[in-house]
Ligand binder design. Structure first.
Ligand code: FMN
Length: 381
């Protein structure tokens, strides 16, 4: 993906300079042969957006309502585990950037800042949660989410198994709790990053530290990742629906039947995602499966698409094919690593501007007009 990082290329390059290699590779990498990751990008090349003239586009409004919120741009920051290890601004910085730009934000179960801290920053974040084998623990996380005013939870369903990510395996990423000499050397070569991380005390997984006696982020992550319930099925989702009274969003849906099951279980919306190519490899691109899922949902809930969004044109294409909005994972992680909250604001602004440009050049002045136009706005290459 590094060859085509779109509007975020400079953030991606800078993040590789700022981060020790094993963190940079953790962000950039995907599962197995990384074919899914590549396909997520190439899928957008199948579509052009037809330029239209002779219309008043002096004002273009990109606002959208999604998952019960109004976003100035149809964009959400996706949950990114360990984002808080990338910069001392941590997830709270990401959430503040999202709030500043008026876009959505979701924090990962595996975040360094806790959901309580992020919610207190005033960003109304969604909390991504896993259903753990220990349902009492899952219930406790839901109670915490409700208590701190989280408007909705995002349950990720594409992680029943953790595939090999070869870059992480090469770097020994999951065994960082006992760093080797090589790993230590790599961390020490980035003193600014190290000082930033250390300045906030010994990092821990803020959301989960209370449930484990393991010390150190990686040991905590290993123990808690083993808790993710691989038996999660329809009954499990129904259980979650009963337990959580707020908005329920199912993330990682790639098949229309799964979409139908999620909606039948009472989901309020879906995220069409292949985890940015970090889980199933080879999988189809999210853009390719989107139309079938839109059909299966039949207007019963909002649909966000992620995996490979890098340009304003990608956003417009996804919306023309039926998505309500999109989300980005690596792009905001790169920006956070490159320059903290300020850089995340800059990255969101770059993408927002591109959406405005493309919408206007397509002769459209707002998102409802784009949705009404649908695939008529597109050209199959
Ligand atoms: C470093 C990294 C960590 C991630 N951690 C999580 C996570 O904890 N929970 C989750 O549901 N998705 C996680 N994702 C997936 C993202 O939420 C999102 O689906 C994906 O990044 C979208 O693809 P993109 O990176 O091409 O934008 C992670 C992605 C990255 C890059």
């Amino acid at each position: 993906m590094a060859c085509d990082d779109g509007a975020f290329a400079s953030f991606a390059a800078r993040s590789r300079r700022c981060l020790p290699r094993l963190f940079a590779d953790y962000v950039d990498g995907g599962a197995h042969g990384e074919w899914t990751m590549a396909r997520n990008r190439s899928a957008f090349r199948q579509w052009g957006i037809v330029p239209r003239g002779l219309r008043d586009v002096s004002r273009v409004n990109t606002a959208v309502s999604c998952f019960g919120q109004t976003w100035k741009t149809p964009l959400m920051l996706a949950p990114v585990g360990f984002a808080g290890m990338l910069h001392s601004d941590r997830e709270v910085g990401g959430a503040r950037a999202a709030a500043q730009c008026g876009v959505g934000m979701a924090i990962s179960t595996f975040s360094i800042d806790s959901m309580e801290d992020v919610a207190a920053a005033g960003a109304a974040p969604f909390a991504q949660i896993y259903v753990f084998r220990d349902r009492a623990l899952t219930r406790d996380m839901l109670a915490r989410a409700a208590a701190c005013g989280i408007p909705g939870i995002i349950v990720t369903v594409d992680t029943a198994i953790t595939p090999v990510r070869e870059r992480d395996a090469r770097n020994g990423f999951r065994h960082l709790s006992r760093p080797t000499v090589m790993q230590m050397a790599s961390l020490l070569r980035h003193p600014r990053w190290l000082a930033g991380v250390a300045a906030r005390g010994v990092p821990r997984i803020g959301n989960l530290a209370g449930y484990t006696t393991a010390r150190g982020v990686m040991a905590q992550a290993r123990e808690m990742a083993a808790q993710i319930d691989p038996r999660l099925d329809r009954a499990g989702l129904e259980w979650l629906r009963q337990e959580w009274k707020g908005r329920l969003i199912v993330k990682g849906v790639m098949h229309p039947q799964d979409a139908a099951i999620a909606m039948a279980c009472g989901a309020d919306g879906l995220i069409v995602s292949n985890h940015g190519g970090r889980q199933m490899d080879p999988a189809p691109a999210t853009l390719d499966v989107l139309p079938q899922i839109v059909e299966a949902v039949a207007g019963r809930g909002d649909i966000v698409l992620d995996s490979g969004i890098r340009r304003g044109g990608d956003v417009v294409t996804a919306l023309a094919l039926g998505a309500t909005a999109v989300s980005i994972g690596r792009p905001w992680a790169w920006a956070l690593a490159a320059g903290g909250q300020r850089a995340v604001v800059a990255a969101i602004n770059v993408l927002s501007q591109e959406v405005t440009d493309v919408l206007g050049l397509a002769g459209l002045t707002d998102i409802p007009a784009l949705r009404a136009q649908g695939t008529d706005a597109l050209w199959k290459m």
